[in-house]
Ligand binder design. Structure first.
Ligand code: C5P
Length: 210
């Protein structure tokens, strides 16, 4: 069973995907972490994330074990990730790993949950369940602000909202694998739902397909 979860930044995809994977004993892949790792490699080397040659090179030689979670989750890393994610060769370099994860979930698990932007459209077009998780830009910015505040980081709502909008535009506007719902995706607007309600709806959809 393959579950594809796509949607814009900070819509709650990661939390939902992790909970579904835990509930049903499936493997989980956060595909954004791959693009984040490429972006972070460049930032750490002092290279502009818009440098296509350097990004292509980093994506061809990626070692995820080199990065820790707080660095990967940082806002600046997300911005760099969405720049390298617009480069077709970078996407191509990361595609096999994702497809292989879905086809052969590690640990002999019976299913895989992948979250990202193009899982239902490009990585797993034959997924058993495709969810497109959204929320308004304001709701997503406020969730991100609370998350940062919870980690003791300074967080300015207007700056976060501007970042969220810039990232949406880049992710939806790019030519290669733009962020959009697959034709057969089910839309889940989480603007007025808490995570438990979102999880329950999604878990019922998975049970229907078991
Ligand atoms: O989901 P997350 O915020 O970690 O993703 C970081 C960036 O990586 C996104 O803004 C997007 O540009 C890119 N990405 C992508 N395709 C995916 C997952 C992430 O282009 N499947």
């Amino acid at each position: 069973m393959i579950i594809a979860i796509d949607g814009p930044a900070a819509a709650g995809k990661g939390t939902l995907a992790r909970r579904l994977a835990a509930e049903f004993g499936f493997a989980y892949l956060d595909t954004g972490a791959l693009y984040r790792a490429v972006g972070l490699t460049l930032l750490k080397r002092g290279i502009d994330p818009a440098d296509t040659t350097a990004a292509e090179d980093a994506s061809a030689n990626l070692d995820l074990s080199l990065f820790d979670d707080p660095e990967l989750r940082a806002e600046a890393t997300g911005g760099a990730a969405s720049k390298v994610a617009a480069m077709p060769r970078v996407r191509a370099n990361l595609l096999d790993f994702q497809k292989n994860f879905a086809a052969n979930p590690p640990g002999g698990k019976k299913g895989a949950v992948l979250d990202g932007r193009d899982i239902g459209t490009v990585v797993c077009p034959d997924a058993d369940l495709k969810l497109f998780v959204t929320a308004s830009a304001e709701v997503r910015a406020e969730r991100r602000r609370l998350e940062m505040e919870g980690r003791g980081q300074a967080a300015d709502f207007d700056a976060i909202l501007a970042d969220v909008r810039a990232r949406d535009e880049r992710d939806m506007g790019r030519k290669d694998a733009p962020l959009k719902p697959a034709e057969d995706a089910l839309l889940l607007d989480t603007s007025n739902l808490d995570i438990d309600a979102v999880f329950l709806r999604a878990a019922n959809l998975v049970k229907d397909r078991l």
